[in-house]
Each structure stands twice: as structure tokens, then as C-alpha cells.
Write a protein that binds this ligand. Structure first.
Ligand code: ZN
Ligand code: ZN
Ligand code: ZN
Length: 285
């Protein structure tokens, strides 16, 4: 499985769109892996995780062939994960030549409702009919082509929506957890983790950087939390020496630049994501 991080920031990006705090200025000055766009990842070029406002930028930056995407999994309807208007220029006269004209979209009912509200009056029938919607329920596994996908309920600001994190397994048995956005997982999610084989990749929400989620930021975690969570995952066997544990989804409000995050993560055997980071996951020997 080829897993590529396209964007690794929280909602406002880092440097943030409208901010000139010292951490935005430090990131801009340092450049490189400290320039983070809104969160998105792609698997094998045909499964897209989330559709942020930076999707077009990601296509340009990484030379993606987005017309080949057959499956779109949306974690939740916050703007950094789902910009529904983008789908109104998919297909029809806006993209008459595509590798995969049809696309299956997997999401919560509230995410589909947001799509309906945002695209009403703008999307045409041809674009609309090329999208095939699958409304997910927590813990109900679905098959997205070669991928077995289980939506798990995220501990994230609800605002009337059902946020999901995903467990994705490909035909070779490569097992990936994409855990964005979420605070500490619900007990029933830990019960699910305990029943699973060790993962090949676990991608963990580190929005709060140096600040623990206990300090008042709901629905996310910080690096101190992730160090503890990975330890717990190792204790229950979800992670072992073969598992790549990766911190991802960062905010200027968490303060730590890439190298500072690595200084915390690396001694614990944890990696730090950056825009464009590509992982070749080969499964277990
Ligand atoms: Zn987010
Ligand atoms: Zn800032
Ligand atoms: Zn969110």
C-alpha cells in the first residue's frame, strides 16, 4: 500500500491563513516541513481521505491524478476536512476526460446533508449522478472496492454531526488507522482496537502540540497525550515493533515546529508527518 500525506495542518493551516503569531512567523521562516496545508491523505492513488479546501493545491504540489480517485472517505464535516463545493466541478463539462468518472463517497448522514446544502443550485445532474453516496454507521464495516473500511466514532466536537475515524484494510491485509480528528478514544473504540491484529500504520491527532488535551482543548490531542496513547496501543497489541505510529494534524496553537515534534516523538519510536510524506506499507512478513 502506498500511503501519502498531502496536508498535515488543522483548519487554519500553518502558517495560518489570517494569523501572524510568533509560531506562524517561525514556521514561515523555517519553511520546508513546517509549511502545512489542510489535512488530506491518499492511498494507492484511488482512495482519498477527506476533501479539504487545499485539494487543488495538493494536486498541483504532488502531481496527483485526482480523476483516478474511485473512493472518497470523509471523516467529518469541519471545513478543513470537507469542502463540498469542490464536487460541483467534478465531471460534467468541468472535467470531461477522467480515469474514473464514477466515485463512491463514504460519510456520515450529516456530511451528506452539508453537501446537499452547499451544492444546491450549483451542481448539475451529470456531476451529481456520478457520485454514489454511502451513509456510514459507527462500527458497521463496508467494502470500498478492494478496501475494507470500518468507521469508528471519533471523540470530536459534535455540533450535531457524527465524526468518524477510519480503520482501512487492503486486499493484502495492510491495516491502517486514520484517527483524525479525535481526542482520547471512547471505551467502545478501545474494545474494537483490542480485537484487531497489530496495525501497519496508525496516524494520530496531535493538534495541540506541546499542550495536553486535558488543558481545555476538546476533541483533539497533543504530543504528550500521543506518547501515552501509543504506549497503551502497544500494551493491547494494536501496535508492535512493525507498526509505524505517526503524529499528524498540527496547529500553530500547539507551538511545536517539525524538529521540536521529532525531538519528542523519535525517542519513543514515533514519526512526525509532513506534507508529501509517503509511506510504502508492505504488510507483515
Ligand atoms: Zn481537522
Ligand atoms: Zn498563528
Ligand atoms: Zn475537526
Amino acid at each position: 500500500m502506498k500511503f501519502q500525506y498531502l496536508g498535515t495542518a488543522a483548519a487554519e493551516g500553518w502558517p495560518a491563513v489570517f494569523c501572524k503569531c510568533e509560531h506562524c512567523l517561525r514556521a514561515a521562516e523555517a519553511g520546508g516541513k513546517n509549511i502545512r496545508t489542510r489535512s488530506q491523505a491518499i492511498i494507492n492513488g484511488d482512495l482519498l481521505l477527506d476533501l479539504p479546501p487545499d485539494t487543488y493545491l495538493h494536486k498541483l504540489q504532488h502531481g496527483l491524478e485526482l480523476s483516478a480517485v474511485k473512493y472518497l472517505l470523509v471523516t467529518h464535516c469541519h471545513m478543513d476536512h470537507f469542502y463540498p463545493q469542490e464536487l460541483s466541478i467534478r465531471g460534467s463539462c468541468y472535467s470531461p476526460v477522467m480515469e474514473s468518472p464514477e466515485m463512491d463517497v463514504y460519510c456520515a448522514a450529516e456530511t451528506k446533508a452539508l453537501f446537499d446544502r452547499c451544492t444546491a443550485g450549483e451542481i448539475d445532474e451529470a456531476s451529481m449522478s456520478a457520485l454514489h453516496w454511502h451513509i456510514l454507521q459507527p462500527f458497521e464495516t463496508v467494502q470500498a472496492g478492494p478496501y475494507t473500511v470500518t468507521p469508528l466514532p471519533a471523540n470530536h466536537m459534535g455540533q450535531g454531526n457524527q465524526p468518524f475515524v477510519y480503520h482501512i484494510v487492503d486486499e493484502q491485509g495492510v491495516s491502517v488507522y486514520y484517527l483524525h480528528d479525535s481526542g482520547y478514544y471512547f471505551p467502545e473504540v478501545w474494545d474494537y482496537f483490542k480485537r484487531q491484529k497489530p496495525a501497519d500504520l496508525i496516524s494520530l491527532d496531535t493538534t495541540n502540540g506541546e499542550i495536553s488535551y486535558n488543558n481545555g482543548y476538546g476533541g483533539h490531542m497533543g504530543a504528550p497525550d500521543i506518547l501515552r496513547v501509543v504506549q497503551e496501543m502497544r500494551e493491547i497489541g494494536l501496535a508492535d515493533e512493525h507498526t509505524r505510529c505517526v503524529m499528524n494534524h498540527f496547529s500553530h496553537n500547539g507551538h511545536l515546529l517539525h524538529e521540536e515534534l521529532e525531538a519528542l516523538a523519535r525517542p519513543e519510536g514515533i514519526e512526525v508527518a509532513y506534507d508529501g510524506m509517503t509511506l510504502e506499507l508492505t504488510g507483515r512478513p
